[in-house]
Design a protein around this ligand. Structure first.
Ligand code: AMP
Length: 417
């Protein structure tokens, strides 16, 4: 048996990389006032249909939908923004605090064609800010995610930025787009011919050369921006400039979800091949109201954790996890006697291991080497009689005898944690 197509097991190394990224995320984003939120993995199907838009690829093709025995229509979440909005509305969270910041992490599900970096169950880290339409929300939240990524030193990252307008100016652009595409309909690929009728903005995303040739001749959406949209966008750019954050203006950038208004952005990596987007997001000032909540401007992004961890693994950018101390015993009775000391060392923050099977000295040492233990504590008969252990520094190949009672203090000194 194998895991289902497009899904995968995260084995020890990858789990460790996920843990490291996730714990750094909680620490980093709490500095900006973000709090974690966890919502159910499935929701009522209507939430995503209403929130994401029924003409989007996600809703029309990619949702894992199911009808329960009781007749409920449920869907495994394909993204979490709609769920977070639902939770905000359901718990009336804006009544207590009208400026809310959340981060979330967890698996999402989309029935897509699997390929490198694209899975059917994948993981996102995301952030959402509710309650302000100030362009500084974009600036601060984009800065927050870039500084979150900065310790990982990912090369070749490009921030792409656009404004997709709002209900005051986008309709005119969409009408223009449809009209122009109608006159060139013979040159469009099948997908674009369909999108032209159902979700025309998505045509801008097409990679087909013939479609690109048509699109490149058209006016960009910025020609249609209202003064409000333009002012907002310029303020976002000014804020990023002030923080010396470089970006590329991309008039063709649109997002796969219908709810975006005004600012849309993506972070791409030159090292990810066809699936180059590390994260994407934007402003969604109408979504909370669309889902039945109060009129609430909002902004957010979602980052693909599988892609981030993939980039880090490829660059070996994460530290290895070495046990601090590996015990080698010659007798089983010693092991039992040492259990309290092992517990004390672990309570002091050290990772401590031993080979439960207690084979020969050689086989235990082999395991210590395989795990790349930093130190070994050898407990033979002589050490037992003298109440000591032989502490071997595995990197320096030096050793010394240490009284058992002093071991926690010595470890604290030589291997601070
Ligand atoms: P989206 O929710 O489509 O805006 O995607 C946000 C981010 O999630 C993307 O930039 C990717 O890094 C990641 N992502 C989206 N879909 C997948 C997938 N099928 N497999 C892996 N990562 C994905």
């Amino acid at each position: 048996m194998k895991s289902a197509k497009g899904t995968r097991d995260l084995l020890a190394d990858e789990c460790r990389q996920f843990q490291q990224v996730e714990s750094w995320a909680l620490q980093h984003f709490s500095r900006y006032g973000f709090q974690e939120i966890r919502t159910p993995i499935f929701e009522e199907t209507a939430l995503f249909v209403r929130g994401i838009g029924d003409e989007t690829d996600i809703v029309s093709k990619e949702m894992y939908q199911l009808t329960t025995k009781g007749g409920d229509e449920l869907t495994l979440r394909p993204e979490m923004t709609a769920s977070v909005c639902r939770a905000v509305i359901q718990h009336n969270l804006l009544a207590n605090d009208d400026l809310l910041r959340f981060i979330y992490m967890g698996p999402m599900f989309r029935y897509e064609r699997p390929q490198a970096g694209r899975y059917r169950q994948f993981h996102q880290l995301g952030a959402e800010v509710f309650g302000s339409d100030d362009p500084l929300v974009e600036v601060e939240t984009i800065e927050a995610v870039l500084s979150f990524l900065s310790p990982f030193q990912l090369p070749n990252l490009t921030l792409r930025l656009n404004s997709v307008g709002d209900s005051s100016d986008r309709p005119a652009y969409l009408a223009y787009l449809r009209q122009e595409l109608d006159t060139h309909s013979g040159q469009l690929c099948q997908d674009c011919t369909r999108r032209k009728e159902t979700n025309v903005l998505r045509v801008l995303d097409c990679k087909n050369e013939a479609c690109r040739a048509v699109l490149d001749r058209l006016h960009p959406i910025s020609t249609f921006w209202s003064t409000t949209t333009r002012d907002h966008f310029e303020a976002v750019c000014r804020g990023l400039d002030r923080l010396s954050i470089s970006y590329v203006l991309d008039p063709m950038l649109v997002r796969g979800l219908d709810y975006y208004t005004r600012t849309a952005f993506e972070l791409q990596s030159g090292e990810l091949g066809a699936q180059s987007a590390v994260l994407g997001g934007g402003r969604y000032d109408n979504l909370v109201a669309t889902l039945g909540g109060p009129d609430t401007p909002a902004f957010g992004w979602a980052l693909g954790l599988d892609r981030l961890v993939g980039l880090l693994a490829a660059r070996k950018a994460l530290p290895e996890q070495r046990p601090h101390l590996f015990f080698i015993f010659s007798q089983r009775e010693q092991l039992e006697e040492f259990l309290p000391l092992l517990a004390r060392l672990r309570a002091g923050g050290h990772s401590v291991q031993f080979d439960l099977r207690l084979g020969s000295f050689k086989s235990q040492m082999k395991r210590a080497n395989r795990l790349q233990a930093r130190y070994c504590a050898i407990v033979g008969e002589r050490e037992c009689q003298g109440g000591t252990v032989t502490l071997k520094d595995m990197d320096q190949s030096s050793q010394r005898e240490v009284p058992q009672d002093h071991l926690p203090a010595v470890m604290k000194e030589v291997c601070p944690c």
